[in-house]
Design a protein around this ligand. Structure first.
Ligand code: BLA
Length: 293
């Protein structure tokens, strides 16, 4: 596909417009800091925006577009820790031949074991994943650790790039983002300090995982060099990783400790699995016990 005919800007514009209809967005300092960074290749066009709102700790978007070779969307939104709302996550990596996509409302708590959390947020949303299961089919084996961060409605797909696929992706993005905004609208502030700290730690664990193991990192490193790529990851994409908690990657994921005490560079200690969708239409996990890995 000719990538100059498609773009992820429309996705970002839609999300901002919809959010502004419901709440007040305030730009964050990280937007100023990263908005004018340039890629080394002089071709990729970068757009970085970040905001907060009364119930939203961080809403940020990074797009990298080089219409000759690649389009990247990394869009996420995190509630403030006073709310246990799932994390909106839209990631797409599109080349002229293929698109790798994750679209989800990533749970704060393990939905395979915490049934209340699953019922609270995902029961109503199950029709969403049914709606797209044919056009955006399961993308095949995946880094097993990722499954703990995915919800029963996750769209994980690798598809041949085309205009119709791009249109379906937009439609799915619209549905999932509206669903997330509804959750934000409806959520009530948690007053119990211990529950607030649990929410905070759940976000911190998520940020810690992604800041260390995101599959997009090698590309960011190639485009921006190691120092800037690291700053982009820790201070922009996964902002909060250095402030929401003090645990380290190895505290959360001790299985990654290598013999000399550093973090094992492998993306997965378990390997890749889940050839087919491990959730049934009721949102029950049918992929075995995630915690036995
Ligand atoms: C591949 N990206 C992947 C894969 C997943 C994700 C699951 C398949 C490889 C794997 O099994 O891990 C995305 N994984 C996620 C997300 C979460 C997760 C969103 O655990 C959230 C919890 N992808 C991007 C960005 C880039 C990118 C911003 O989102 C580039 C800047 C690139 N993703 C990218 C590439 C691959 C990939 C190049 C294929 C390479 C690989 O398989 O490692």
């Amino acid at each position: 596909m000719d990538l100059s005919t498609v773009s992820y800007q429309k996705f970002v514009r839609f999300a901002l417009e919809q959010t502004k209809l419901r709440t007040t967005l305030t730009p964050l300092p990280s937007q100023e800091k990263f908005k004018s960074i340039k890629a080394k290749d002089d071709k990729s066009v970068l757009k970085a925006i970040s905001f907060c709102a009364p119930k939203i700790r961080l809403l940020r978007s990074l797009t990298i577009e080089d219409s000759q070779s690649v389009l990247v969307l990394d869009f996420a939104a995190f509630s403030k820790p006073e709310y246990d709302v799932p994390i909106f996550c839209a990631n797409a990596f599109t080349t002229p031949s293929r698109s790798i996509v994750v679209l989800d409302l990533n749970p704060l708590y393990d939905v395979t074991t915490q049934h209340n959390y699953k019922e609270k947020y995902y029961k109503k949303l199950m029709p969403l994943s049914e709606k797209y299961s044919e056009l955006l089919p399961w993308g095949g084996k995946i880094t097993s650790e990722s499954m703990k961060f995915f919800s029963p409605v996750v769209i994980w797909t690798t598809v041949a790039s085309s205009q119709p696929v791009h249109d379906v992706l937009f439609s799915a993005f619209v549905d999932y983002y509206k669903a997330w905004l509804e959750l934000i609208d409806e959520t009530n502030e948690e007053k119990d300090e211990s529950r607030i700290s649990l929410n905070c730690e759940a976000q911190h664990r998520y940020l810690t995982w992604r800041a260390e193991k995101d599959p997009g990192y090698p590309i960011l490193k190639k485009l921006f060099g190691e120092t800037l790529a690291k700053d982009l990851v820790r201070q922009f994409l996964f902002d909060g990783v250095d402030s929401l908690g003090s645990k380290t990657f190895l505290d959360y994921f001790p299985e990654y400790r290598s013999e000399n005490g550093t973090v094992n560079k492998k993306r997965s200690m378990v390997g890749k699995s889940y050839e087919t969708r491990p959730w049934n239409s009721q949102g029950e996990f049918i992929g075995g016990n995630l915690n036995e890995d």
